[in-house]
Design a protein around this ligand. Structure first.
Ligand code: NAD
Length: 393
């Protein structure tokens, strides 16, 4: 495993290693003999990145791997310019062999782009969540997709717990009141509750979802629930006293707080929509740090403004960067609160950046040496999907 990562709670059988080999003779020849192009799509760090070298996931600090890539005789192109046919991403993808993208500023590798990318062999996600790659097309084009599994799962789990608390306790309007110079306790207390005694459920109980449950235990919630097509091992669910609910509508109808912690794939796109929101308890809170497109943008905004949801918080958006007029930036519940949205940063704390930068380097190192990859990092391997987390098939 990548050094410094927490050991996964689960045994490897839950995240089975693919039986297929992770390298081929043709890969060895290509990687070891020719100069290749490594293309990285990262976000602009600006002044902050110049002042803070630990902002490794930025265009300025280049994941800290330029010297490593160039010392092996390869070309390293780093850009944030990723949208449209004239972008640096679209221009360089046609002859890149390695693509590195970060979910925080995703280079959307569509089926069309994959067809143009004649040299592409491996996509590496600097972080966790590879939905920005058309995974089915990667499978058919025998392009490997890897991510640095586990690299930021604690970072996100902490953010989830914080977001649950800030919604339930009505923190944001209370802080805004203080900044305005006002002081009217009743106005914020009328929508503030304790987390103790509430029912909290996670959609997805993998690395992040499970860590959220672990962190919620000391809050003495009434019950912790999970909804996931993969059941937790008995020992794991017992340790967090979590009950599995197999029907999604039944699950949401029992929760005061729902947190979304599953990957984005065909089975989860738009999962939380107008129809499902009708089954939520009136005034429930919803936290989504998984992927914006799992929740229908307009359905969520309507549910918050009607009060069907008391609030929505998270850091992920259906398009990133989110447009200035995105309704999730400003939506409010009928009492003027209930919005805990931030830019996509829960999984990119400085601690997480060190881990995923290291992880990218070690995936690249394995690729260059034609060594097998760590099985838990492989989303698409040579034999197709190597994970069960991106949908049931
Ligand atoms: P994981 O693979 O360990 O766990 C995912 C879990 O979701 C699995 O148990 C899987 O069975 C379950 N799942 C898949 N489809 C489901 C469905 N239709 N319904 C219910 N459960 C389903 O992944 P993880 O490390 O916990 O990360 C989960 C996701 O969180 C990532 O794919 C990514 O999209 C997101 N993420 C966000 C950030 C951030 O900064 N906001 C950072 C890391 C990861």
């Amino acid at each position: 495993p990548v050094s410094g990562l927490p050991q996964p709670f689960y045994k490897s059988s839950r995240f089975p290693s693919p039986l297929s080999p992770h390298f081929s003779l043709s890969n060895q020849l290509i990687s070891l003999s020719a100069t290749m192009k490594v293309l990285a799509i990262l976000y602009d760090g600006g002044k902050a990145a110049e002042e803070e070298p630990r902002l490794l996931g930025t265009v300025e600090n280049e994941l800290g791997i330029r010297e490593f890539v160039e010392s092996h005789g390869h070309e390293y192109i780093v850009t944030s310019d990723k949208e449209g046919p004239d972008s640096a991403f679209h221009k360089h993808i046609v002859d890149a062999e390695v693509l590195i993208t970060t979910p925080f500023h995703p280079g959307y590798l569509t089926a069309d782009l994959i067809k143009q990318a004649k040299n592409l062999k491996i996509c590496i996600t600097a972080g966790v969540g590879s939905d920005h790659v058309d995974l089915d097309t990667a499978v058919t084009h025998k392009i490997q997709v890897l991510e640095v599994s586990g690299s930021n799962v604690v970072s996100v789990a902490e953010h989830v717990v914080m977001s649950i608390l800030l919604l339930v306790r009505n923190f944001v309007p209370a802080h805004e009141m203080i900044e305005r110079g006002d002081w009217q306790v009743s106005q914020v207390a009328r929508a503030a509750f304790d987390l103790e005694g509430k029912v909290v459920g996670t959609i997805g109980a993998g690395r992040i979802g499970y860590r959220v449950l672990q962190r919620l235990l000391p809050f003495d919630c009434k019950e912790l629930l999970y909804y996931d097509y993969a059941a937790l091992p008995a020992e794991a669910s017992k340790a967090v006293r979590a009950r599995r609910v197999e029907d999604l509508k039944e699950f949401v109808s029992q929760c005061d707080v729902v947190t979304v912690n599953c990957p984005l794939h065909d089975g989860t796109r738009g999962l939380v929509n107008t129809e499902l929101l009708k089954h939520f308890k009136k005034g429930a809170w919803l936290v989504n740090t998984a992927r914006g497109a799992i929740c229908d943008k307009d359905a969520v905004a309507a549910a918050v403004s009607s009060g069907q949801l008391a609030g929505y918080a998270g850091d992920v958006w259906n398009v990133q960067p989110a447009p200035r007029d995105h309704v999730w930036r400003t939506m409010k519940n009928p009492l003027g609160g209930g919005n805990g949205m931030v830019p996509h940063y829960s999984g990119t704390t400085l601690d997480a950046q060190a881990r995923y930068a290291n992880g990218v380097k070690s995936i690249l190192e394995n690729y260059l040496k034609a060594h097998p990859q760590e099985p838990q990092n492989v989303i698409v391997g040579h034999g197709g999907y190597a994970t069960k987390a991106y949908g049931q098939r």
